[in-house]
Write a protein that binds this ligand. Structure first.
Ligand SMILES: [Ca+2]
Length: 413
């Protein structure tokens, strides 16, 4: 099964743990960009009239756009995102890596009091708020360093996301005008996601909270994530989160199970699933957390789950099943839960996370500059695999698998 991110989901997913390597622009692109800068400045001037009719003051607009240029990096990332596809287990390997779990536990200890107060106020389990924080920005480490006004104006001007860009840009200007943040400190990711938990401006406007009580909804504060975490809890509360209920439980399906019923569209009571022979991995009845669906993220050969309402609530944050699973599972792991009892059907030769990290470490040592190993076998790693295979006088296949790792271990010491 291939996992392909589309639309905004990818913007949010990529803004956090994952990064996409941007290629350098070709010559032709540079000429186009040079021509576009003047077109962009004209667009900024024209959009000013629109903004003014929507309640943005001239002062807010002019200050926010001071020094803003067409951002070619945003254009590159926008064009690139659809190419990024990964297997569910590869995604979960990095999304719920031991390091992310450990960091989550450290953050739980550090912010325990705030997290408890947030859980009490919004009725959203702190482990889920933590998990979203961990996935969206690695607990505040990667909040994005792109000027949001520049990113959104670029998307609006570039045409591929004109409507989205304009709508978000207007909301971003309203946020600045309200005084939550100054334009030059309103940083985020290329598609407009901002702060610790990567809200786009419309979501921010709908859900952001001033938990610290200073009058500003500061979801960017690197030292104090409490406004951001409260905002996330508030978002989930409004989406219908049920306190103290899991996202799902891993289950065993009986022999002869009708796989036509394994669909997120098929919902039934736990009693009904139990009647159909579905059991927890410990052989118990399906606990009563309301209606649920049988979910097989990797088909019949992988782990099986019954997912409940909270699973669908997480999807309101980012509409991808893999994301909802990652958030739910990371939260469980932070609270000391174990791995799934059934292995993913990785197929022969596939690498596990520690082996993928080893491949990247050895490639770095061999002089291929991959940066800090992250276990994500993306375009840059694949290129390096091919390059080193060529240097070995081999036909390159770009495949980081067990065979490759075996050779790599021998050649690089
Ligand atoms: Ca505040």
């Amino acid at each position: 099964m291939r996992l392909i991110y589309t639309g905004l989901a990818v913007a949010l997913a990529l803004s956090g743990a994952q990064t996409v390597q941007a290629n350098t622009f070709q010559k032709n692109d540079l000429i186009i960009v040079a021509q576009s800068q003047s077109g962009f400045q004209r667009w900024v001037k024209n959009f000013r009239n629109v903004a003014l009719t929507k309640g943005i003051s001239a002062r807010t607009y002019d200050r926010a756009f001071k020094g803003v240029k067409l951002n070619t990096r945003v254009m590159q990332l926008d064009r690139k995102q659809a190419e990024f596809s990964r297997q569910i287990w590869d995604y979960l390997d990095t999304a719920t890596s031991p390091k992310r779990v450990r960091n989550g536990q450290a953050m739980l200890a550090k912010h325990k009091r705030t997290l408890n107060r947030i859980e009490q106020k919004y009725g959203v389990d702190k482990k889920i708020v933590l998990a979203i924080w961990g996935l969206e920005s690695s607990y505040g480490k990667n909040m994005g360093d792109i000027n949001i006004i520049e990113a959104l104006a670029t998307l609006a001007y570039d045409g591929r996301r004109e409507k989205f860009g304009k709508q978000q840009l207007l909301e971003a200007l309203r946020i600045i005008q309200r005084g939550d943040i100054t334009a030059n400190r309103m940083m985020g990711s290329w598609a407009g996601a901002m702060g610790h938990t990567q809200f786009i401006p419309t979501s921010y406007q709908a859900s952001a909270q001033d938990f610290t009580g200073d009058g500003k909804r500061n979801v960017w504060d690197p030292k104090d994530p409490s406004d951001a975490l409260a905002s996330t809890a508030n978002y989930l509360k409004k989406a219908g989160w049920t306190h103290n209920q899991p996202w799902g439980v891993e289950v065993k399906l009986p022999k002869g199970f009708n796989y036509g019923n394994a669909s997120l569209k098929v919902k039934a009571t736990p009693a009904r699933w139990t009647e159909l022979g579905v059991r927890t991995v410990r052989g118990k009845k399906i606990p009563n957390y309301g209606q649920g669906s049988v979910f097989l993220p990797a088909g019949a050969d992988g782990p099986a789950f019954v997912v409940f309402k909270n699973f669908f609530v997480i999807k309101r944050y980012n509409n991808a099943n893999s994301y909802a699973m990652a958030v739910g599972h990371l939260g469980d792991r932070i609270k000391g839960g174990g791995n799934f009892s059934k292995e993913w059907p990785r197929g022969p030769g596939a690498l596990k996370l520690d082996e993928k990290l080893e491949v990247q470490k050895l490639l770095n040592r061999a002089g291929y500059d991959l940066g800090e190993p992250d276990g994500i076998i993306g375009p840059k790693t694949i290129d390096a695999v091919s390059a080193i295979q060529i240097s070995w006088g081999k036909q390159p296949n770009g495949k980081a698998d067990q065979d490759f790792l075996k050779v790599l271990r021998k050649k690089v010491r």
